[in-house]
Design a protein around this ligand. Structure first.
Ligand SMILES: [Zn+2]
Length: 492
């Protein structure tokens, strides 16, 4: 009897959870999508915020974003921001469903006291936009959802993943700057409202990492997406190739099929992508000009990859549960990549106030042998956010971090980065000394407030040279921190 009495309340509890807390494994239409997000938010009001982007779709459907954070609606100093965008191609619908389940899972796990998820949400601001192209979804669904192209574009028949300013062209034609190239872009067309809304979203928050979920193949794709030159394919590596490979491997390696060589390829039994760990350089596959992925990298501080979730763009309802199971770990682990590398705050040493727009340059000085080190500049600088906070995703290794801001002495520090492990990134702060009036250097850049790369190096040279600057910053002393071997000093 006792057992019987115990079972009934347990059953009631689990049924209660099913009714109130679970998202069904079905294809949610645009109204249902909004309702799922609203319900998740209502269950987790303290750690989420539901908002819409600045523009609606062409047909007037709001672009809903559910944000998770311990302080929803606010950027917190040094807390990295990440985003997921799904269903940019309207007929590629799996990402949209996975993101609804992800939102539901984050909320449920938090409420259930899952320590890892609580830690993740307390240390990361996560933005989830399940559908960037709700009009295309409607068209694809109304047409049976089985066509390779119907519903791909938005209601103006524009492919949103070709509608972003083509910043790769600026890089390939020798742009002076190596980041934040939007200011140099000349648009000779009107952006689609969905594109405009997402560009504003990108520019509005200091995103560190993101993924764009597509379908039609099974692979994690990383920049550059556009090939340099006229060829249709060819590996097009970005300065952060190692970081991007690591990001793509995080997704692919946690997916049971993406990196498994026994998974048949979409085109043939041979699975070329799985042999590469489930990842591919975008342009090595096929060139995409005007894509969202490269725009994030070249127009902001955000490192974005593109996930192709499966051969079928519109998978049957019956497969959705298994798809969620297969992608759940990848989706969570990828959020943790926002904590890869280093972060910190750059302040004015005289006032203690954070410096916005400081330029953070990275040189890889990882040891290659007992007496040898790399000396490799990563020619993609990130900039500090409004509070002077910055994040720099870099793989494990030893680095020199050089920070420069208009009106301040540059400063360099050394840091050793270890394997990521569900911890927040190590903090490397900088206190920059304001330049005295009379010794002020040539003005930097034009009127952007951000120095152009050329000027940056000229300024380093006016500090004698880069080697001298290392000594100003106790290069030799700090070397000891990550190189206890005294033999090393004979090589400095
Ligand atoms: Zn796509």
């Amino acid at each position: 009897m006792l057992t019987h009495n115990l079972i009934i309340p347990l059953l009631t509890v689990s049924i209660g959870v099913l009714v109130h807390g679970d998202v069904e494994f079905v294809h949610h239409n645009n109204t249902m999508l909004a309702s799922v997000l609203q319900k998740v938010h209502n269950r987790c009001p303290d750690i989420s915020r539901l908002y819409t982007l600045s523009e609606t779709s062409v047909s007037g459907v709001p672009l809903y974003v559910l944000e998770f954070s311990d302080v929803p609606g606010k950027h917190q100093l040094m807390e990295p921001e990440m985003k997921y965008i799904g269903n940019m191609h309207g007929n590629e619908v799996l990402g949209r469903e996975l993101l609804l389940h992800l939102a539901n899972y984050l909320c449920n796990a938090y409420l259930a006291g899952d320590k890892e998820i609580i830690k993740l949400i307390h240390n990361t601001r996560i933005h989830i936009l399940p559908s960037m192209n709700p009009d295309g979804w409607q068209t694809a669904t109304d047409n049976g959802g089985d066509d390779y192209l119907i519903g791909r574009n938005n209601a103006n028949d524009v492919d949103l993943n070709r509608d972003f300013p083509d910043l790769d062209r600026l890089v390939f034609s020798g742009a002076r700057d190596n980041n934040h190239l939007m200011k140099n872009a000349k648009l000779d067309y009107t952006l689609q409202p969905e594109t405009e809304a997402v560009i504003k979203m990108i520019m509005d928050s200091p995103f560190v990492v993101s993924a764009n979920l597509h379908g039609g193949d099974l692979v994690a794709n990383y920049p550059y997406d556009e090939s340099n030159g006229n060829s249709e394919t060819g590996y097009s590596s970005s300065p952060d190739d190692a970081t991007f490979r690591s990001l793509a491997l995080t997704y692919a390696g946690n997916h049971p099929r993406m990196s498994n060589v026994n998974t048949p390829g979409c085109e043939s039994n041979e699975n070329q992508f799985a042999k590469q760990g489930g990842i591919t350089n975008g342009a090595a596959w096929y060139s995409v000009p005007g894509g969202m992925q490269d725009f994030n990298y070249l127009g902001s501080n955000d490192f974005e990859i593109t996930i192709e979730l499966g051969c079928e763009k519109y998978p049957p309802t019956e497969s959705l549960k298994q798809e969620w199971e297969d992608n759940k770990k990848s989706l969570i682990e990828f959020i943790w990549t926002a904590h890869m590398g280093i972060k910190g705050v750059i302040r004015n040493s005289a006032t203690g106030v954070g410096i916005h727009g400081a330029v953070i340059h990275v040189r890889n000085v990882t040891r290659t042998g007992k007496y040898t080190r790399r000396d490799q500049d990563i020619d993609h600088d990130v900039t500090s956010a409004r509070g002077g906070d910055y994040w720099r995703l870099i793989p494990p290794g030893e680095y020199q971090i050089i920070v420069q801001a208009k009106g301040f002495e540059p400063q360099a520090k050394l840091v050793s980065v270890s394997e990521p492990s569900h911890e927040t990134a190590p903090i490397l702060d900088f206190e920059l000394q304001p330049l005295a009036e009379e010794t002020e250097l040539q003005p930097l850049g034009e009127d952007t407030g951000v120095p152009a790369e050329e000027d940056f190096y000229q300024d380093l040279q006016t500090q004698q040279n880069i080697e001298d600057m290392m000594y100003y910053n106790n290069y030799a002393d700090k070397m000891e921190e990550f190189n206890p071997n005294p033999d090393y000093y004979s090589t400095i």
